[in-house]
Design a protein around this ligand. Structure first.
Ligand code: NAD
Ligand code: MG
Length: 390
């Protein structure tokens, strides 16, 4: 029996993970589930899976969670500290599926225990790659990628030497606005940005797909996870979302990972690793699919991709600045404070301010420095949004 914990259990990735676990309950001993404000879901899953512990991120929801778990024998707890305690409980496998920078500290806590971390929370690697990878190395913990592109690259690398890799190509669907005229993007609404043509995901990552901030994050994640150089990473627009990534080798071979767009593949691969087990995902009938198409991304349409290159050139805490500014400008877009295209402009303003701030480029990557930089970059994003609005 594998002891598993799911951080961010009530979200899109968390629910897909639970779906897989519920199909084979005898194989798993569920230690802890954490969530946010969806107490009913959290409690129902904790009961159904027989978890030892359920934690809500919100202190003021503890009574609700206790009430929802009454008589179940599941322990209830609340608040950020309790999430860290959940991450620290002995387990064999921890899913890191909290969204945003809030996922960093719990993931580090699991790694410090030497636990295998299935990493959906790409923000951790983007804002603190060196710290996350260093912590894993120090404690002999393994990190398995859950982002579909990175899972695909990871799978293409089985049995290969990273030195034989020439390039890594991650694909992008192009998001909701792929076929919109550039001018119309200015007036794109939250509603319009929240529907993805191929993937069924949480709202924030869906909007990040439309702006390609998600792909920009994934470029940075690729750099950190696989240790490849910036110029080895390519983004390819592929509207069908069936080829998730390709790895090009020095002998000219290109290994593509092809499959239906369903996150349960990447989650299940990490859950069963190093074995492969049957997963409930659609099998592709390529004769019926007939054609797959590819094109180069238009950087005028997707400025986020250019910004990712700038972040890689800056190094250090630039990733933390990028993640925080992106999250804050996304909040601003969702709240109607700024327009769709303003998100990239805000992030760029914040990155420039970081580049010009004395001493910041030399700051070392500690958890405190990452969180402090995250906080500061959010304030700078607020300043930039106020300026744009006024
Ligand atoms: P989501 O918004 O659906 O769920 C997020 C989860 O985190 C929820 O359980 C929520 O309660 C919890 N949470 C939110 N804020 C929190 C906080 N401050 N403290 C503690 N818990 C908090 O998000 P998602 O789409 O499942 O994405 C989760 C992560 O996986 C993200 O990092 C995302 O980029 C990544 N990812 C998602 C997908 C996808 O298909 N959804 C694909 C690839 C990668
Ligand atoms: Mg992805």
């Amino acid at each position: 029996m594998r002891r598993v914990t799911i951080l961010g259990a009530t979200g899109s990735i968390g629910q897909n993970t639970i779906d897989l676990i519920r199909r084979d309950p005898a194989a798993y001993d569920v230690v802890a589930l954490t969530g946010g404000g969806n107490i009913a879901q959290l409690a129902a899953d904790a009961r159904a899976l027989g978890a030892d512990l359920a934690v809500t991120a919100y202190d003021d929801r503890l009574d609700d969670l206790r009430a929802a778990l009454a008589g179940s024998g599941v322990e209830a707890a609340a608040g950020p500290q309790a999430i860290l305690e959940a991450a620290a409980r002995p387990a064999d496998w921890v899913m890191s599926a909290i969204i945003g920078a809030a996922g960093l500290a719990p993931g580090l806590t699991a790694l410090e225990r030497g636990t295998t971390l299935a990493l959906a929370n790409k923000e951790s690697l983007v804002c603190a790659g060196e710290l996350v990878l260093g912590t894993a190395a120090t404690h002999g913990a393994r990190i398995l990628p859950v982002d579909s592109e990175h899972s695909a690259v990871f799978q293409a690398l089985v049995g290969e030497e990273i030195a034989a890799v020439e390039r890594v190509v991650i694909t992008a669907s192009g998001g909701a606005f792929r076929d919109w005229p550039l001018e119309r993007l200015r007036t794109a609404t939250v509603q319009e940005a929240s529907t993805h043509p191929n993937w069924d995901m949480g709202q924030r990552i869906t909007i990040d797909s439309a702006s390609m901030f998600n792909k920009a994050m994934e470029v940075l994640e690729t750099r950190e996870f696989f240790g490849v150089r910036p110029e080895q990473i390519e983004v390819l627009v592929h509207p069908e979302s069936m080829v998730h990534a390709l790895v090009g080798f020095v002998d000219g071979a290109l290994m593509a990972h092809v499959g239906a767009p369903d996150m349960r593949h990447a989650i299940g691969y990490a859950l069963n690793w190093p074995a492969r087990r049957a997963l409930p995902v659609d099998r592709l009938d390529l004769a019926r699919v007939g054609q797959l198409s590819f094109s180069a991304p238009d950087e005028a349409r997707y400025p986020a991709l250019r910004l990712a290159r700038e972040v890689m050139a800056m190094g250090g805490l630039a990733g933390a600045v990028f993640t925080a500014a992106k999250e804050r400008s996304l909040d601003g877009f969702i709240a109607g404070r700024i327009g769709f295209l303003d998100m990239a402009a805000v992030v760029e303003t914040v990155l420039n301010r970081f580049a010009g701030a004395p001493g910041m480029a030399q700051m070392s990557m500690t958890l405190d420095n990452v969180l402090g930089t995250d906080h500061l970059a959010r304030e700078w994003a607020d300043d930039a949004m106020t300026e744009r609005a006024g």
